[in-house]
Unconditional design. Sequence first.
Length: 645
Amino acid sequence: MFMKEIYQYIIPPAGEIIPEGWIREQLKRDLKEGFVGHFDQVHPTVTHNVFIKQDRSSKRKFSLRKEWWAGEHEGYWKDSVIRMAFLTGDEAFMERSHRWIREILDNTGRDGYIGIYQNGDTPYSRFRHAKGNGELWASSRIMMAMLAYFEFTGSVEVFDAVEKAVALIMEQYRDSNYFEYKSTGGGLSHGVGFFEILEWMYRITRRKEFLDFSVKLYEDFNNGNARDDDLKTHRLLDEDRYFRKHGAHIAEGLFIPELIASITGSREHRMAADNAIRKLRHHLTPGGAMRCDEWIKGRKGTADERYEYCGIAEMVSPLHRIFCLTGNMEMADLVEVMTFNAGQGARFPVLKALSYLTTDNRIRINHRELGRRESYDAAHFAAACCVLNGGRLMPYYIESMWVTGDSGEEIGAVLFGPSRFRTRIGKIPVEISEETDYPFSDRVSFRVTPEKPVEFSLVIRKPQGCNRVKTAAPKGTESRELSDRIILRRKWKKGEEVQVEFPFAIEQIEQPASSSVPGRGIYLKRGPLVYALAFPHRSKVIREHLDSGFYRHGIKANSTKGWKYRIPDDDAEFSFIPADGQPVAQPWEKPPVRLKGKLVNADKMPVITELVPMGATLLRRVTFPVAGQTDRQEKNQSNQNQKES
């Protein structure tokens, strides 16, 4: 079954990539000032200590919620806090992380079980479920936090605990199908999250048993009754069937078809994996998110389609795993666009509130529909999953910034941003400092500092929208430029630098008709940033959560002027206004770059307009209808696109 080494590139252990600049500043503020570091004061869902008490039963609800929700939420929360604490060096939150992990270890029984369910031989207890449950899901979420903690600290005790717990799960389900139960709830389907743990355990140990069980578990999924079945092989092979079910499940499990194809070498699995990405593209909005208002429904992504924050945050890690398995740089482009646009535009610049459901085009917010999911809130009435995932987005982006080649002779700069990377080539320590304000600057400077001279290839991704890269490397460097990357090879010495400039062009990208875009539409993109017309707004507090100082907010536009502007069909020239050269610290509050050009108002008169990065807006227009279309053309185009959707 196992044919060859499955990786093209390797994700470095947590702690080897250190954020700098605006990314570090955002993490620090989100942890200290945002709800991430204080969520136990905001909402009780993370205070049940379910991984310590292990008292849940799959036959009943707790606090009117499914029994596994608290495990999901506690796992999300601890994962984000642990990563933020160690990435920023915050000693108080690092100490809190130590205490959390110690409590879990001290309450793990002899069998090594790490999870939420009560022990016993009766139905509905651990491994004895008689219906849908969250066994694999809840365990996987806390294990993500524990494995990150292991890599940050080097604690062998923590790794041994996770290893023992994973071995227990594999043994319990070796001869049975975890996904066999029919369930209307999503807990069983969320079991796809356990594949992340299996892949991570293989990456650390290189033990084949984790790959073998991955294949077995996917066969169980294919033959099981999970409610959310879009990632089943036969569903993926149906080329005319786009994703329909719950979007978060697609995001969580997106890399699984590629993982299985890489393990088995099966042509059928390869076709399924390729189709998964093709279908994903169909659902992406201009801001890079997968359209989903809980359900994907087969709909094409446009600027008027809603998307869920869980689907953004949960997809970063799977997309990066696909890149590491395949070397396909498009996955990095997808991560950057999604993170910098939809991911930032659906939250406050400091993470005090977040929108569970968002659209790229947004002039008003319905504060009542779908359990108030559209509101910017610190704890949504419907569920706390999206706000808690808000704290995981940038830590997982950071994890994906750098890679090493599986051959041991490559270091790859995959996602860009201010950072430092510490690794080894053979036995020689190497640090690379990346100095940049990307994506608000086109320039990136790499300073390479090996402990002593060492030969390796520095691989630099070419972002989409950049046909040529301007590169200045030390004399004597062997340089190759491919369609998607630059490869610089030399025997590197201390302090040698590489200067890179991405001469991005402003792209005008077509979008089909949607609810606010009659006929044909256009949105503007430069590099990874999508640009938007921002609408000034006012905000009022609707509700405070538990006297925490964190709120649900009511957001309303001060004026809708400009909402009906159109983009010229014959003279839509926009120019780029770069940053003023000052260091970028809080770019989502004070956007340092803009596009300037002409739009057309209702009287068909040109209006000089400045657009800002979408991620720096709450209310905005991203896709503009094209001026000059007749009413009949717009209606025909709209009807045709709705029919295709």
